[in-house]
Design a protein around this ligand. Structure first.
Ligand code: UTP
Length: 396
């Protein structure tokens, strides 16, 4: 239990005394609560956020495969191999659903948005149904791990409960929560949401590995001889969850990670591409590429957030501390007088970890390029590009 003195000391050491600015105005319970919140903050980790992304990195391509590179017989064999891995219980699924979905602006978890007014066409249901179809075909059960965050955990669980898990067995679905991280002012001060509360938001999808480890999931997967984790986002309305062809491909390639990609719609599309940074597998952000590199035919594999990770690889890398990235955002906070501030412009930085920061630790990554029209329909915004409006048109 944190005492006022130890916390004050900790804040002085880290030049973050502003967090106790309103302490004397709080009641006893609020004071205790605030001290506990501050105790949870790992200030050493925040230091990593201040390090600049590596400049002048050497960017090179990673070769990718398309289905055209394989004969029909090879593809059939590949799919059958994937099916047998699923049937033998070698595959589990991890869904990232802890995000805030700020761009979509939907009231509730992103997975609850639907295509035609019914929960049966929600993003969660679409994925559940794919799992159900595979289970039916393979006569097996696929364990499904769903990552939520403190902001949407209750609502997500309630949605599954109210909809009878969309026909899945309640026991095959496990929810686990990611952690939160604070936000910083431009001069590096941790922000308060109100006098008694440190501003906290989900710590980015890169929180997934540590959270899986802390929840005992990685150990469980290892002890039950699961070899592959199919890993995907909540917001792709066309994702082929646990695609047997992709699983067969990954197992034949034998890399620590296999990733699906789609060809960039045009060289200037603002997406991260799969490639190598200084000889290591990586997602390379649009902003990191020169105009020439954006045009390069070998650097056209857009990352679509669909991956297969070897369980052994994740078990070995889960303890690695991934860096925080800055996201310049509007953060509801208080001013020095304690008055609420709802900024019209970004006023601080949320700190987020990205799951693909584990990629460089993989000895090898293979890429399977698939057809965008069949497999990628991201629901990021309400209208326009990558939107719910667009997805609804496709579905109705
Ligand atoms: P996005 O980067 O699109 O973030 O997430 P988001 O929170 O859904 O939406 P915006 O950016 O606020 O509009 C890609 C995937 O990573 C998950 C999301 O749920 C989505 O499946 N994610 C993101 C998490 O699980 N946790 C996070 O902290 C952030």
């Amino acid at each position: 239990m944190a005492t006022y003195e130890t916390i004050k000391q900790k804040l002085e050491t880290n030049k973050q005394e502003q967090l106790l600015h309103f302490y004397e105005q709080l009641n006893e319970e609020e004071q205790r609560d605030l001290l506990n919140q501050i105790e949870q903050i790992d200030f050493d980790q925040l230091e990593t956020a201040n390090q600049k992304d590596e400049e002048n990195a050497r960017i090179t391509a990673l070769p990718s495969h398309t289905t055209e590179m394989f004969s029909p017989e090879e593809l059939t064999k590949m799919r059958e191999h994937g099916c047998s891995l699923i049937a033998d219980g070698k595959v589990a699924i991890v869904l990232l659903a802890g995000g805030q979905g700020t761009r979509l602006g939907h009231d509730g978890p992103k997975g609850t948005v639907n295509m035609d007014g019914s929960p049966e066409t929600s993003l969660f249901a679409l994925q559940a149904k794919r799992i159900q179809a595979l289970q039916h075909e393979m006569n097996t059960t696929l364990p499904w791990y769903i990552m939520t965050s403190p902001i949407n955990d209750d609502a997500t669980k309630a949605f599954f409960h109210d909809n009878q898990y969309f026909g899945l067995n309640r026991d095959q679905v496990t929810f686990f929560q990611q952690e939160v991280s604070p936000a910083l002012t431009p001069d590096g001060k941790v922000m308060l949401a109100d006098k008694a509360t440190v501003f906290q938001a989900p710590n980015g999808n890169g929180g997934v590995f540590v959270s899986m480890q802390k929840a005992g999931i990685l150990a469980k997967l290892q002890s039950t001889n699961i070899k592959w984790i199919f890993f995907n986002n909540i917001d792709n309305a066309l994702v082929q969850v646990a695609d047997p062809l992709f699983i067969g491909y990954a197992d034949q390639q034998g890399a620590d990670i296999s990733s699906k990609s789609v060809k960039k719609a045009e060289p200037g599309e603002k997406v991260g591409v799969l490639g190598q940074r200084n000889g290591k597998p990586s997602v390379i952000e649009y902003s990191e590429l020169t105009e020439e590199q954006r045009q390069q035919p070998e650097l056209q594999d857009a990352n679509i957030g669909i991956h297969l990770f070897k369980v052994d690889f994740l078990e070995q890398t889960a303890n690695r501390v991934l860096p925080y990235h800055f996201a310049h955002k509007k953060i509801a906070t208080i001013d020095e007088q304690g008055v609420a501030v709802h900024p019209a412009e970004p006023n601080g930085y949320k700190l987020e970890k990205f799951y693909f920061d584990v990629f460089p630790y993989a000895s090898k990554m293979s890429i399977f390029q698939v057809d965008r029209a069949n497999e990628f329909l991201p629901v990021k915004n309400k209208t326009g590009k990558d939107s719910l409006e667009e997805a609804k048109e496709r579905f109705n």
